[in-house]
Every structure is written in structure tokens, then in C-alpha cells.
Design a protein around this ligand. Structure first.
Ligand code: OAD
Length: 272
């Protein structure tokens, strides 16, 4: 086996051994909850538990393309709350940045649309925003780009943005990936990085949405997979080099950083 033991300290020993240079992170909403962004599926606090006011047929409808074409209003009502504001990256984001700075990371796959990986200073070639982001916008009919300042204005006024292309008038939406849409080509291009990884770290995701949820299985059998999450998900723990750290992301990465002897570096980076 690759790890001496299935513990966080053995993961740290493995990273320090010099045999690790291709870490792949797979993250979801749980890495951002400590920044004040709700996740989707946590009972009570998750976004899907708090959509009653939108009168949806089912919670995920708010991000469903078919439903959006019929009624875009619920999405734009929610978009006003979701629009990335003045939020700061979390310790978990800083940990990813720290490993990038040390040259250990080959790719970060994020399902989040809050852009906190970019804000944390992680170089864009190392980030795959699998579910898109609020950074750009386009027409659902003719695909033409739509300016960010106009989108902000519309969302602020709770108005539905329409395409400016002559005779189009399609509804415009932020380039976040809805159910019924395909993921960015970058996601598929970089999937090979998972098979080449020497360590996989999965944080803050319920691994319930495909095809993202299938990424951990692409790792080689002997590649250690670490799960830092409040609950066990996606069958992680079933392979002999899987390590479960059932904790909140920030505490989990601090523990790893401590074993690595990099806790001061991490705190310094986060405080910046
Ligand atoms: P979920 O809300 O489905 O899952 C979040 C996971 O993180 C759960 O397992 C929580 O227990 C865990 N969690 C929450 N806070 C945590 C913390 N501080 N530390 C550790 N774990 C924590 O969110 P995602 O898996 O990201 O798609 O959801 C995937 C996709 O479903 C989203 O990208 C979104 C949604 O529909 C689209 O909008 C297209």
C-alpha cells in the first residue's frame, strides 16, 4: 500500500516524502460555508431547504434549464442572494493555495460558483470551475456574451436580463452550469489529471451531482484519497488507501498543515 497508515499524519508523511507532486483537489460548497456561503444539501441550513418562498416544484428546479425557460424568476430572485459579494476565502482555500505555491498541485476541480479559488490567488490554469461561475454571462438563445455590469444592475433591480443582439431578445443567464447543460470542455480535458494524480483530496462536497461525483473513481487504485467532510460520502473509505477525516474543512486542513509543519505558513497566507 501507499500510506503507512490510514491517518492524517501518514498523509502528511507521504506528502513530505518527496514522492508527491500531483495533488488533485475536488471541492464543493462545504469549503465555503465558513465564509458565510450556505451549502445546498445540509438539512436546515442548506439552500435547498430554504427555497419555500420561491414556490418551486422541487428545490433543484431553481437550477434546471427546462424550468428556467418556463420561469426564470425564481433563479434571479435567488441570484440576488447568491451574487458573490465581499466574501473572503476560507482556511481551506488558503490550504489549496499553499500546496499550489509549493508546486504540489496538478488541478483543483471545484463545483463552486463563488470564485473564491481565484480570490485566494490560485493561478487560473490550476482551477477547473466544473459548474461555471458568476464571472461571465451569455444569452440562452444566441449564446452572445452579456456585460457583467448590466447583469449586476438587472439582478440588483430583480429584473430579468434580455439579450442585446438585434432581434434576439433571449433571456440571459450567468454562465453557471444548470441541470440539463453540459459541463465546460475544460472539465473533460483535465479529467486525465485524476488518473495521473499521486494524491486526491476531496473536501466539502456531498458527491451527489454527476458527472463530478464520478471523479474520485478515476483515481488509480493505489492513489490515496483523503476525504475532509462533515459526513462520509461517495463511498470514500472503501479503498485500502482512503483516509476519512470527518471534520469541518478548516479544522481538517489545519490538522494536515500541522502534521506537515506548515501551520504557520497556512495561517500567514490566510491572514493576508
Ligand atoms: P452539497 O450541499 O450537496 O454538499 C456539501 C457537503 O459538504 C455535505 O456533505 C456537507 O455535510 C459538507 N459540509 C458542509 N459544511 C462543511 C464544512 N464546513 N466542512 C466540511 N464539510 C462541510 O454541496 P455540493 O456537493 O457542492 O450545482 O453540491 C454539488 C452541486 O449541487 C452544486 O455545485 C450545485 C448543486 O446543485 C449546481 O448549481 C449546478
Amino acid at each position: 500500500r501507499t500510506l503507512a497508515k490510514r491517518t492524517a499524519s501518514a498523509v502528511a508523511d507521504y506528502i513530505r516524502s518527496g514522492h508527491v507532486s500531483k495533488v488533485v483537489f475536488m471541492v464543493g460548497a462545504g469549503v465555503s460555508t465558513s465564509a458565510g456561503v450556505p451549502d445546498f444539501r445540509s438539512p436546515g441550513t442548506g439552500l435547498y431547504a430554504n427555497l419555500a418562498k420561491l414556490n418551486l416544484p422541487y428545490p433543484e428546479a431553481v437550477f434546471d434549464l427546462g424550468f428556467f425557460h418556463k420561469n426564470p424568476k425564481p433563479f434571479f430572485t435567488l441570484a440576488k442572494e447568491l451574487y458573490p459579494g465581499e466574501i473572503r476565502p476560507t482556511v481551506a482555500h488558503s490550504f489549496m493555495k499553499l500546496l499550489c505555491d509549493k508546486g504540489l498541485v496538478s488541478q483543483i476541480f471545484t463545483q463552486n460558483i463563488d470564485c473564491l479559488e481565484r480570490v485566494a490567488g490560485i493561478p487560473s490554469h490550476l482551477i477547473t470551475e466544473a459548474h461555471g461561475s458568476f464571472a461571465t454571462h451569455s444569452c440562452t438563445k444566441c449564446k452572445a456574451d452579456y456585460p457583467d455590469d448590466l447583469m449586476k444592475e438587472n439582478i440588483e433591480k430583480l429584473e430579468i436580463p434580455h439579450c442585446n443582439t438585434p432581434r434576439c431578445n433571449g433571456v440571459v443567464k450567468p454562465d453557471i452550469v444548470f441541470f440539463g447543460e453540459s459541463l465546460p470542455t475544460r472539465f473533460f480535458q483535465h479529467m486525465t489529471k485524476v488518473a495521473e494524480a499521486d494524491l486526491v483530496i476531496i473536501m466539502g462536497t456531498s458527491l451527489q451531482v454527476m458527472p463530478f461525483a464520478a471523479l474520485p473513481q478515476q483515481a488509480k487504485e493505489e492513489t490515496p484519497r483523503v476525504l475532509i467532510n462533515l459526513e462520509r460520502v461517495g463511498g470514500i473509505g472503501s479503498r485500502r488507501d482512503d483516509v476519512l477525516m470527518l471534520d469541518d474543512c478548516d479544522s481538517g486542513v489545519r490538522r494536515l498543515a500541522k502534521y506537515l509543519g506548515w501551520l504557520d505558513d497556512l495561517e500567514e497566507l490566510w491572514a493576508k
